[in-house]
Ligand binder design. Structure first.
Ligand SMILES: CC(C)(COP(=O)(O)OP(=O)(O)OC[C@H]1O[C@@H](n2cnc3c(N)ncnc32)[C@H](O)[C@@H]1OP(=O)(O)O)[C@@H](O)C(=O)NCCC(=O)NCCS
Length: 149
């Protein structure tokens, strides 16, 4: 069974292992730790309870302008297309709403990341601008925003 729950500090090593599998420019473990310490209520994992294995995670923060910022989301390759990514996004947005009264959300995504863009669009996010050379390898990003205010 897959459950979504708040991360605990002991999860972070395994979250980092997953992060490295999901991204070619993964966040360093220290950044994940910092995100967890700054916003523990906005750091979620998806766990396969049978194997006690972390199969996905999502993390966010609240910006000074009041926007909830989706910092990272990933689901292990063999667990994709089962609704885990969508559920993580919904739980994270809901936690931002409840804990921080957030009603505007934003995120950045590689222009080539069709699966993630489809997921975000299906949740109501819209592309508002193109961010030139946003990523380390020079690829552009899209800024996507969802407003529920
Ligand atoms: C993006 C990602 C988190 C999606 O996770 P997921 O668990 O597979 O997503 P879901 O199963 O919840 O999919 C929800 C919807 O997103 C869209 N979607 C997801 N993957 C898709 C794909 N490969 N192709 C087309 N649409 C896709 C679909 O609309 C899907 O709904 P449907 O299955 O009913 O058609 C996952 O692909 C991933 O971890 N990618 C690598 C890391 C990454 O790119 N993160 C985002 C960085 S901005």
């Amino acid at each position: 069974m897959i459950v979504i729950r708040r991360a605990i500090k002991e999860d972070l090593k395994n979250v980092y292992e997953l992060e490295k599998k999901c991204f070619k420019d993964p966040y360093p473990e220290a950044v994940l730790l910092m995100l967890y310490h700054l916003y523990p209520e906005l750091f979620f994992i998806a766990e396969n309870t049978g194997e006690k294995k972390i199969v996905g995670y999502a993390s966010g923060m609240v910006r000074a302008d009041g926007f909830g910022h989706i910092i990272s989301i990933c689901v292990g390759e063999e667990y994709r297309r089962r609704g885990i990514g969508r559920k993580l996004m919904e739980v994270l947005e809901s936690a931002m709403r409840v804990s921080f009264n957030v009603c505007n959300f934003r995120l950045e995504v590689r222009v080539s990341n069709e699966s993630a863009i489809k997921l975000y669009e299906s949740l109501g996010y819209k592309i508002v601008s193109r961010l030139k050379s946003y990523y380390l390898d020079g690829e552009d990003g899209y800024l996507m925003i969802k407003s529920t205010c």
